[in-house]
Design a protein around this ligand. Structure first.
Ligand code: OSB
Ligand code: MG
Length: 368
């Protein structure tokens, strides 16, 4: 298909509940919705960069710049028959995985719609519903945190991830574990610790956690390998894994026993599937991370999590956990067994709601 035009929509949506991690508290999600146009069809992708360089160096500003000045020009006017043809056209661009992913993923959606194939089918998905959990932010008090968890458990989530940081860790995990002895529980530090905290982190071994996510520096693998030797709980890397190469390096030195795959962080569905395949070959489980996406990104995450080695519950919660009025439909809801059904329609299987998109929009640009 000839890529004729590319549309960028920078949007902002207020969260249902503020989301706090070790790097700060946020009230809104910003995103760039990218559409590629061919033959009267549009394919959509979501850029999950942040409003500031907190989780990653990528921001709405850097992604807009890289999309407009480098990625869109590399794709406009090109004939694309297979989604795997996109990433090689971006290979001169170092980093900026979230910008690359948004445009590559839009092409996956476009080709899926043109061919009448769901994203899950295109990727090689093997399940119709995927196990999911909820990522619970840091709260002002332990009481408020317990009330949040209570609400999610009552809503049917069988797996909870707690955000931790120094001063908000062992006592919080102990309180949640005492109240819900059988809940599948894991923690995410977003790089808030150093090796000097190894003894503190080892105290978490007492609480039967599924994993400890990215305790150390956001680019580190060496210290994580040292820490893993001192912990019974598996370490899972998130921030440190930007590509299939990073995944191989981490596994080669035993820096982790589990990998969180976020399609934006690794540069698109092609790279995400490569990491999945590498981990499958090495017997390392993966799970699908989340970036508080709209229904466009969420649909893609569900399709990805349908691949066979996504054996741990994903950070893919129901739409209502994030936004009151999403920019795409239908909303995703939680099934009784703490799964969400994988969309079956062509491409992502969700449709953009033009009025909602316009209401959330901060800026728009058409290229080509
Ligand atoms: O570290 O997994 C993370 C959200 C933004 C940035 C980083 C992370 C997260 C989450 C949210 O944990 C998970 C979700 O989308 O529900
Ligand atoms: Mg994380």
């Amino acid at each position: 298909m000839l890529i004729e035009r590319i549309h960028l929509h920078h949007i902002q949506l207020p969260y249902v509940h503020p989301f706090e991690t070790s790097f700060g508290r946020e009230q809104h999600r910003e995103a760039i919705l990218v559409a590629v146009e061919s033959d009267g069809l549009l394919g959509w992708g979501e850029c999950v960069a942040g409003s500031g360089p907190w989780y990653s160096y990528e921001t709405m500003g850097t992604a807009w710049h890289v999309l407009v000045d480098y990625l869109a020009p590399a794709l406009l006017g090109q004939e694309i028959g297979q989604p795997e043809q996109v990433a090689p056209r971006f290979s001169r661009v170092r980093g900026h995985a979230m910008a690359r992913a948004s445009l590559e993923n839009a092409v996956w959606d476009l080709l899926g719609r043109a061919q009448g194939l769901s994203l899950a089918t295109m990727l090689g998905g093997v399940r119709r519903a995927v196990a999911v959990g909820v990522s619970v932010g840091i709260e002002p008090t332990l009481e408020e945190l317990l009330a949040q968890v209570e609400g999610y458990v009552a809503a049917g989530y069988a797996r909870v991830k707690l955000k931790i940081k120094p001063g908000w860790d062992v006592q919080v995990v102990r309180a949640v574990r005492e109240r819900w002895p059988d809940l599948a529980l894991q923690v995410d530090a977003n790089s808030a610790y150093t090796l000097a905290d190894a003894a503190r982190l080892a105290e978490l071994d007492a609480f039967d956690l599924l994993l400890i996510e990215q305790p150390l520096h956001h680019e580190d693998m060496v210290d994580h390998a040292v820490l893993q030797m001192q912990l019974k709980t598996p370490i899972c890397l998130d921030e440190s894994i930007h590509s299939p190469e990073h995944a191989r390096w981490a596994l080669d030195i035993d820096a982790c026993r589990i990998i969180n795959i976020k399609v934006g962080r690794v540069g698109g569905f092609s790279a995400a599937r490569q990491i999945h395949d590498l981990c499958a070959a090495r017997g390392v489980p993966v799970w699908c991370g989340g970036m508080l996406e709209t229904n466009v990104g969420r649909a893609g995450n569900l399709a990805l999590a349908a691949l066979p080695n996504f054996t741990l519950p994903g950070d893919i919660s129901a739409s209502a956990r994030y936004f009151h009025h999403d920019i795409a439909a239908p909303d995703f809801t939680l099934n009784a067994d703490s799964t969400i059904s994988v969309p079956a329609g062509p491409g992502t299987g969700v449709e953009i709601l033009p009025e909602r998109l316009a209401a959330a929009r901060l800026r728009y640009l058409a290229l080509g």
